[in-house]
Design a binder for this molecule. Structure first.
Ligand code: ATP
Ligand code: MG
Length: 237
């Protein structure tokens, strides 16, 4: 479904991705792990069409996405929850969600999608008329995930959805990804919480300094000496 081949991306003189190849298949949950500055956000932004690669390709169902503009990438079924959420704080929960259903294909499914989002996150149904900035960080992250789901995606990409969120709500958000995936949506998850990410992913890639340093079934990576030493530490995390 999603195929990334030999991707090279630079920010000016800084080479952020240096020959990255990976796939995400239909129905999979794939985690992308790696330290700060490894290039994880750069990779998601490039897949979403927001950054242009210097070399390599991104294909989606065989179509080269390099020439597809970002809003049309979304229309093809590829949605992203960006780092930092990017919500409209003075608008209500439901108004923010509605923004996800702007494109024709998503608009047709709007009511059904809204019901699905409220079923995933009952807290949002109760707060549908509240302005987003009055919500907690975790609830705002639910709105960001919900808005991406309103685009009716086949692949949901998330950039560190648990960052800065209360532990109780981290579980609610990560658990929702399992539900979303059961509904037939593939998930590509960037996550610092390595143990939690590997617990819910089928496969994972480890990105270090712009290159894939390890990849495989999540259960294998949990046992991998390098992954354990670099990301799980003596006390776990
Ligand atoms: N807009 C930018 N301009 C210049 N350099 C950038 C820019 N964005 C990222 N970089 C650099 O590119 C490299 C990869 O950054 P990126 O944000 O993709 O990493 P990341 O894995 O998402 O890190 P983090 O865990 O901190 O979110 C880093 O060296 C970073 O400093
Ligand atoms: Mg990042």
């Amino acid at each position: 479904m999603l195929e990334v081949q030999g991707l090279e991306v630079a920010h000016g003189d800084v080479r952020a991705l240096d020959g990255v190849s990976l796939t995400v298949g239909a129905g999979e949950i794939v985690a992308l792990l790696g330290p700060n500055g490894a290039g994880k956000s750069t990779l998601l932004l490039t897949i979403a069409g927001l950054l242009r690669p210097r070399a390599g390709r991104v294909t989606w169902d065989g179509e080269d996405l390099r020439r597809v503009s970002p809003h049309l990438v979304v229309e093809r079924g590829l949605a992203m929850v960006p780092e930092g959420r990017r919500l409209f704080g003075s608008m209500t929960v439901e108004e923010n969600l509605a923004l996800g259903a702007f494109a024709p294909r998503a608009r047709a499914a709007r009511e059904r999608s809204l019901e699905r989002v409220y079923a995933l996150f009952p807290a949002l149904r109760e707060r549908r008329r509240q302005v987003v900035r009055s919500l907690s960080g975790g609830q705002q992250q639910m709105v960001a995930v919900g808005r991406a789901m309103m685009t009716n995606p086949r692949l949901l990409m998330l950039d560190e959805p648990s960052l800065g969120i209360a532990p109780r709500l981290v579980d609610a958000i990560l658990d929702s990804l399992v539900d979303i995936n059961r509904g037939g949506v593939a998930v590509f998850l960037v996550e610092q919480n390595v143990r939690a990410a590997l617990a819910l992913a089928h496969r994972a890639y480890v990105l270090e300094q712009g290159r894939i340093a390890a990849h495989g079934p999540a259960a294998d990576l949990l046992e991998d000496p390098h992954v354990r030493q670099a990301y799980l530490g003596p006390f776990g995390r």
